[in-house]
Design a protein around this ligand. Structure first.
Ligand code: GLU
Length: 309
């Protein structure tokens, strides 16, 4: 099996990202599989070099190792273009001239984002109309989704199904500035790198049906999915609410590496008590059945007091 961690370093990795990386990694090592790191810097302007470097260093510091060269999405435009061209022969893909709000809809979702259901405005434009509009604006490209329900089994969530028409509508494959959308890139990369297990935050759960739809069109195998719950503080409060950027460097002012790993393993149910641990020592303990399917509560005292931030 092959697993992966695929961060978008548009900020420092936060405790939720670190835990996601840990679980993706532990699952791979516990199954004797191989691990891959992919930097999702499709939108290069949002992922400055120093944040990419820092993310890689943070993962190395935790003890995560990978078995393939690191993949950078910003270097894979031709590969996405080939998949896009193939999709055009297998589905209806149409130019969309709607506003910049759609740029938002082309990125990986974050919890709390408003779900943007595209009403199909540009779906029925005629050739002449398209030619006319092209003079004033470069279009984005959307895929026309059928009114079908996509169902899959998630290692944590269990059975999940959603209708494409109700969760995404016709979704973006390429932005007007030529950047390929998250959903297309992630599907292509996972398939071409042989990924068989996808572990990521459950803020992405509702994008998974779009991705499965693309996999089916492209003739790709479907990986196993594990969408992990949100990490919250000891009061159940979202971390972003009390503290925008608690980076690994910030945590290391308060705790050792082993204390951080142990607290995260405790928060997700892998350790029965909050005690220091190394990743290596957690490998034999890892099993998906231990991972809770409800918000992961960090132990008291793990985060800096809100007032000190
Ligand atoms: N790059 C996405 C993020 O950081 C995750 C994508 C994925 O794991 O499929 O939110």
């Amino acid at each position: 099996m092959i697993g992966r961690f695929a961060p978008t370093p548009s900020g420092y990795l936060h405790p939720g990202n670190l835990l996601c990386a840990m679980l993706a990694y532990l699952s791979v090592r516990a199954q004797g599989g191989r691990f891959s790191l992919r930097i999702e810097d499709l939108d290069k302007a949002r992922c400055p070099r120093h944040l990419v470097t820092q993310a890689i260093q943070d993962l190395e510091f935790l003890g995560i190792t990978w078995d393939f060269p690191i993949l950078y999405q910003s270097e894979r435009q031709e590969i996405y273009q080939a998949a896009f061209d193939l999709l055009r022969t297998r589905a209806e893909i149409y130019p969309c001239f709607c506003s910049r709000a759609d740029l938002h809809a082309s990125l990986a979702p974050n919890r709390g984002d408003t779900v943007f259901l595209y009403p199909g405005t540009c779906r029925h434009l005629g050739e002449a109309e398209i030619a006319e509009r092209r003079k004033g604006k470069r279009p984005a490209y959307r895929i026309h989704v059928p009114d079908t329900t996509v169902a899959f089994h998630d290692r944590i969530v269990g059975p999940f199904s959603a209708s494409l028409a109700d969760t995404s509508g016709d979704f973006i494959l390429m932005r007007a500035d030529g950047v390929f959308a998250y959903n297309l890139a992630v599907v292509v990369d996972d398939a071409l790198t042989g990924v068989t297990e996808v572990v990521r935050g459950n803020d992405i759960l509702t994008s998974t049906p779009c991705q499965i739809y693309l996999q089916d069109l492209l003739g790709y195998e479907r990986p196993e999915y594990a969408h992990i719950p949100l990490l919250v503080d000891e009061h159940g409060e979202r971390l972003a609410k009390r503290n925008q950027v608690i980076s690994l460097a910030g945590l290391l002012k308060l705790h050792t590496r082993e204390e951080i790993i142990g607290a995260l393993a405790y928060a997700c149910g892998l350790l029965p008590e909050n005690r220091p641990a190394t990743l290596e020592a957690l490998i034999p303990l890892f099993r998906w059945s231990a991972i809770a399917n409800s918000d992961f509560h960090l132990p008291a005292g793990f985060l800096p007091a809100a007032s000190s931030m």
